[in-house]
Design a protein around this ligand. Structure first.
Ligand SMILES: Nc1ncnc2c1ncn2[C@@H]1O[C@H](COP(=O)(O)OP(=O)(O)OP(=O)(O)O)[C@@H](O)[C@H]1O
Length: 711
């Protein structure tokens, strides 16, 4: 506060030649205690006080006497920019009641008396009080003033908010009513007149850090001020921090003690944690690994996939000449990859491998005994579904039953429709293997898809690959049986992969390097002459011997016509269920026709002929009229001379080559079926895969397109 802020502006001005009457008039006009006498240049010459005037009048001076003798020249002059404090000191020391206030040029601006000084100090105090209130209200800490009698004198907005009280209600009331916990502390500070440093104090539900300072004299405090900070959240955070610290400590211990190498990397692939086991395999110092980019420390192992958020399971690597198994796991937060954990297993890998081998062996033994148990507790056998009392068939079933109790690979050969798949299923069921029976027709899968169909693929293996990858037939048949139908149609490249699997029981998905191990029993089938294919270099000899461990050769139907009555009976019964009919059997005449036929499509063809007859016929016996045209006529009595193995189709007229006749036979059926291959295969009594085989063999595709297009 400055003199300029609180002086009384304006002054009673006199000239040196004025009289006492002029002085009196000036005092009356301005109601001031002093009048200023200015010289010719307007500067202060001196002052005349009311008391000097009274004294002169009492001494008998006349009103027209000049003012000159009353002028006092040791005037107290105050400047506008002087502080209020220094103005007060000047007036006190000089012992006068008023000072003349001048500006920088020495021009008189007004006067300043004691009352002006008091007003100035009052203004100053008021302003400071306002500042303190604003300051307190802007503090985050709650502040409460309490007097000696423990009554609340003041509090800021933060205190109102923290303790949910209204200042207007609380002020003047005992603090113990609102904040009992605080009352005790304040009483202590006031009583002893000492400041209590910040300490933890629970006030209601709030955990606070409270300091108390006494106000007033050092012996006899008039009250106290409490500054309170809410630390409820802070304390919770601190507790959490403590728990996290403990957890981190435990984790660090666990990582350090881990038998396997462990590293944690940040999203940029920089190592943030590494343990001694990792340092050991990398021949590095653990401390020097932390902070290094992973790619620099272990260039052979890429983290690209894991840092994209994908898990990379046990891949085999060789680090510093030692084999190891590496697993990479992404660390995700809010759906974002924020780093990865890398685990390197390298100690005692061989022991693990042996352990797994032993486990597999035990599993195989369990499977065997499970199968045995099932067999001994089952009244019917899976082989009961295979109809036939022919000696060759009986011998085959015995052999197949024996094979079922082993895990040997089985090769089943025979013409199309002889029941190769039926045998394969029976062997699987009888074996008691807990996994599934998975059948793949090697002839029906496009060559370019064969590998992924067999071995599966990993995500991103090729364009169009499914997210998350796809398991192949080998994985689907794990602990079960994989039936490889038409194995003769398997491309040579895939044959080598199959051979490797048969030798090691491991394979990799397409696009993957991680070897996978499964326990799969293989049963292969073909209507082709594999030995001849081996001779022609179309089938791998080593694979042939691998799958040839047990060989079941199913004879064609024409060679076991003794089974025809039983087969007709069993198939009619099966078809009655399917077609909802009550057919009892085949008339003797019709049966004669069936016996006379050569059955190139074997049991499947017989089933088709019976189904067609049951669909056409109305009586409960299948008659000659219900049979296909080529079986009906008396002239259709057919020579039962068997065609060489693999030859199918109706009896061929003399003079026609087998190929030309068979091709015409297939084309005729395709035309009759309007190009529908499933129907054509049914008409021919051969399986779809055999039909595909013949289509490829005779390059019929183009011809059919031409013929169908032409009609
Ligand atoms: N001995 C049999 N007893 C009963 N049904 C049989 C017999 N042999 C084959 N079948 C039936 O004939 C049809 C064809 O059998 P399957 O599919 O097993 O033959 P396949 O030799 O595998 O044929 P392809 O080589 O054409 O695939 C099936 O419906 C099957 O149930």
């Amino acid at each position: 506060m400055k003199v300029g802020d609180c002086y009384t502006p304006g002054a009673a001005i006199l000239a040196p030649g004025d009289t006492l009457a002029d002085v009196m008039r000036a005092f009356l006009r301005h109601r001031l205690d002093i009048a200023c006498v200015l010289n010719d240049r307007g500067h202060l010459d001196g002052i005349v006080s009311k008391y000097a005037l009274y004294r002169a009048l009492l001494a008998g001076a006349g009103l027209d006497s000049p003012v000159g003798s009353l002028v006092r020249r040791d005037v107290v002059v105050l400047r506008m920019e002087d502080s209020l404090e220094s103005a007060k000191d000047t007036l006190l020391h000089s012992g006068v009641g008023h000072g003349v206030v001048v500006d920088r040029e020495g021009q008189v601006c007004g006067v300043m008396g004691k009352s002006d000084i008091i007003r100035g100090f009052l203004l100053d105090t008021e302003m400071r009080a306002q500042q303190v209130t604003v300051l307190l209200d802007h503090l985050q800490e709650a502040v409460v003033f309490i007097d000696r009698e423990q009554r609340v004198q003041a509090m800021n907005q933060a205190a109102e908010a923290l303790f949910h009280v209204d200042k207007d209600v609380v002020l003047g009331t005992p603090v113990a009513k609102w904040l009992p916990e605080l009352a005790g502390v304040v009483a202590d500070a006031v009583e002893r007149s000492i400041a209590l440093p910040a300490g933890r104090l629970e006030i209601g539900d709030t955990v606070t850090l409270t300091s108390v300072s006494p106000i007033g004299g050092s012996r006899n405090a008039a009250g106290a001020m409490a500054v309170i900070r809410d630390i409820t959240t802070l304390e919770a955070i601190a507790e959490e921090l403590e728990t996290t610290k403990n957890l981190q400590h435990t984790l660090q211990h666990a990582v350090a003690l881990s038998y396997d190498g462990i590293a944690v990397v940040d999203p940029e692939g920089r190592i943030t944690v590494a343990n001694d086991a990792l340092a050991e395999i990398l021949d590095a110092d653990r401390e020097s690994l932390v902070g290094r980019p992973w790619g620099e420390a272990v260039p052979d192992v890429s983290l690209r996939r894991v840092l994209e958020g994908r898990e990379v399971e046990g891949q085999v690597y060789t680090l510093r000449g030692r084999p190891c198994l590496i697993t990479q796991e992404p660390i995700e937060r809010s759906g974002k990859c924020v780093g990865a954990i890398i685990k390197v297993i390298w100690r005692r890998l061989d022991e693990w491998r042996d352990l797994f081998r032993r486990l597999e062996q035990l599993e195989r033994e369990v499977n065997y005994y499970r199968g045995e148990w099932q067999r001994s507790h089952r009244s019917s056998s899976a082989f009961d579904a295979i109809v036939g009392r022919d000696t060759a068939m009986e011998a085959l079933k015995r052999e197949a039953r024996l094979a079922a109790s082993t895990t040997s690979t089985v090769l089943i050969t025979g013409e199309s429709g002889t029941g190769k798949e039926l045998f394969a299923r029976a062997i699987h069921q009888e074996s008691g293997r807990p996994g599934a029976f998975v059948a793949v027709n090697c002839a029906a899968v496009p060559a370019e898809l064969l590998e992924s169909e067999f071995f599966g693929y990993v995500e991103g293996a090729f364009t169009g690959a499914r997210r998350g990858g796809k398991p192949g037939k080998f994985e689907l048949a794990d602990r079960g049986t994989l039936f490889l139908d038409e194995i003769g149609d398997m491309p040579l490249a895939l044959q080598s992969k199959l051979l490797r699997f048969l030798q090691e029981q491991v394979f990799e998905r397409v696009g993957d390097v991680r070897p996978r191990q499964v326990d799969v029993r293989i049963i292969a089938a073909t209507h082709q002459d594999l030995e001849e294919m081996v001779r022609n270099g179309l089938f791998r000899e080593d694979l042939y011997y691998r799958i040839h461990v047990v060989h079941l050769k199913i004879p064609p139907l024409r060679d076991r016509l003794g089974d025809l009555p039983l087969l007709c009976q069993a198939l009619i019964q099966k078809l009655n269920g399917k077609l909802n009919r009550q057919v009892k059997g085949v008339s003797p005449e019709a049966f004669e026709r069936l016996r006379a036929y050569s059955w190139p499509g074997n049991v499947r063809q017989l089933e088709n002929v019976l189904e067609r007859a049951m669909n056409l016929g109305v009586s409960d016996m299948i008659d000659v009229a219900d049979l296909p045209k080529e079986m009906r006529g008396v002239n259709s009595r057919i020579s039962r001379t068997p065609e060489p193995a693999g030859a199918e189709g109706p009896p061929r007229p003399r003079g026609r080559s087998r190929e030309a006749w068979e091709k015409e036979w297939v084309l005729g059926a395709l035309e009759e079926a309007g190009g529908n291959r499933t129907r054509a295969a049914q008409i021919l009594g051969i399986s779809r895969s055999t039909l595909y085989h013949k289509l490829r063999k005779y390059r019929i595709e183009e011809e059919v397109r031409f013929r169908l297009g032409a009609t």
